[in-house]
Design a protein around this ligand. Structure first.
Ligand SMILES: Nc1ncnc2c1ncn2[C@@H]1O[C@H](COP(=O)(O)OP(=O)(O)O)[C@@H](O)[C@H]1O
Ligand SMILES: [Mg+2]
Length: 400
């Protein structure tokens, strides 16, 4: 096996990149903390370069690329003559293709290794001219440090009630709010990963860029990773959403123990409730056996808003609520989110979400507005706001 020379500490990697830039003749300014959009500033004559440094195991993805390009177009970046994106792990094929297609004149993509920085995209080279070939990567030791990363597990023992749908669109709602989100695909079916692939023929880039909803921001990214690609120390993302396997034991134990919050989707479905009315409390118990800190939220999904169903919904809700109230007496950190506050309505947009896999179009969420409205978008924004109010994720905002 070849030795793994990868640097795992992002600060160390940043210093290495800074030294490599110095050897290229640049004066290096390490900005004071909390600069949005870049990590190092380079100066040479009239040139001023914003350098974004990424010390990841997985290759840089489309979402991260688009966010950096958006940053370079912001007024706060107008002092810079160009931007460099320096990665340790290289770039997905989609990013390289996008960069070649965009041909941004003041952007460079580079990969830093022991031998220095190799340019993967350089606007001064003609299209297709000698972008450096990338080397295969080895997995390295998990190096997990508990920081302020907040973990959400989307879990229930029951299949088909919307775990994957909720995980993806909750990530979308958080991204609209400005959080960069990691989506961990823990289900062996790998549905989530497939749904976010930029190129269905290649497994390396599962991501989505969410443009900003306010002027002056550079938007946010959703990056889908497998459990073995995720490493808290090398990513700056602080919100991790796990799409779990319904078989609890199939999920990595160390991740279940890390869940700060669990969202447990359920439906008001008479057959389901009659047959196993205790599925929610069983799920609570199941998780609690392995994790005694997680706060758990049961969420009603596929809610039929039609007025003629109001009465039925009320009765079904009472049946779901009763065992939860009973259970809560011993475990107050478990709750039902009352549908008066938040529910995910049944919608065609969600039912048909994933059609891009059939027609081959790029990944997207089911947030598209029809007549200026999108029920899923409204519902998931309400869920994200509810969770912001009932968790401590806002504390992660100032860290990045
Ligand atoms: N609110 C909703 N409205 C309409 N269809 C939904 C809704 N939520 C989920 N679905 C559909 O239900 C099916 C199962 O959802 P999925 O997220 O794959 O569940 P799980 O991951 O729990 O197996 C999918 O076909 C999905 O499109
Ligand atoms: Mg699923």
């Amino acid at each position: 096996m070849k030795p793994d020379l990868r640097i795992t500490d992002p600060d160390d990697f940043e210093k290495v990149v800074a030294r490599q830039c110095m050897t290229l003749g640049y004066e290096v300014v390490m900005p004071t903390k909390n600069n949005p959009g870049y990590d190092i500033e380079l100066i040479k004559g009239k040139e001023r370069i914003a350098v974004q440094v990424k010390c990841h195991k997985a290759k840089q993805n489309t979402g991260q690329y688009k966010k950096f390009v958006a940053f370079l177009e912001l007024p706060i970046a107008s002092n810079f003559t160009s931007g460099w994106f320096i990665s340790q792990s290289g770039y997905s094929k989609n990013v390289l293709a996008l960069a070649e297609a965009d041909r941004e004149p003041n952007l460079r993509l580079g990969t830093s290794s022991q031998g220095g920085i190799k340019w993967n995209y350089d606007p001064d080279l003609a299209p297709g001219e000698s972008p450096e070939k990338e080397e295969e990567e080895d997995a390295d030791e998990k190096n997990v440090k508990d920081e302020a990363v907040k973990y959400f597990g989307i879990f229930t023992c029951k299949g088909g009630v919307g775990k994957t749908t909720v995980a993806a669109h909750l990530a979308g709602a958080f991204a609209i709010m400005g959080y960069d989100v990691i989506l961990l695909d823990l289900d062996p079916d790998r549905n989530l990963r497939k749904l976010f692939l930029q190129d269905q023929d290649s497994d390396e880039d599962a991501s989505l860029y969410i443009p900003p909803n306010k002027k002056g921001f550079s938007g946010a990214t959703i990056t889908v990773l497998n459990a073995d690609e995720w490493d808290e120390r090398s990513y700056s993302e602080k919100v991790v959403i796990c799409d779990c396997s319904p078989v609890l034991s199939e999920n990595p134990k160390y991740l279940i123990r890390k869940f700060d919050y669990c969202v447990i989707p359920t439906t008001l479905n008479p057959l389901g409730i009659a047959k196993n009315g205790d599925v929610i409390t069983r799920t609570f118990k199941h998780i609690r056996k392995m994790n005694n800190k997680a706060e758990m939220f049961c969420l009603i999904n596929s809610y039929s808003g039609a007025q003629s169903y109001e009465e039925r919904n009320k009765h079904l809700l009472a049946l779901v609520e009763k065992p939860i109230k009973e259970y809560q007496k011993n475990d107050p950190k478990c709750q039902l989110i009352h549908p008066d506050y938040v529910k995910i309505r049944e919608s065609r947009a969600l039912r048909y979400w994933g059609y891009h896999l059939v027609d081959g179009s790029p990944p997207q969420l089911a947030f598209k507005s029809v007549a200026n409205r999108s029920a899923p978008r409204t519902d998931f924004m309400q869920l994200a706001e509810y969770l912001e109010d009932h968790t401590s994720i806002t504390s992660t905002r100032d860290l990045d």
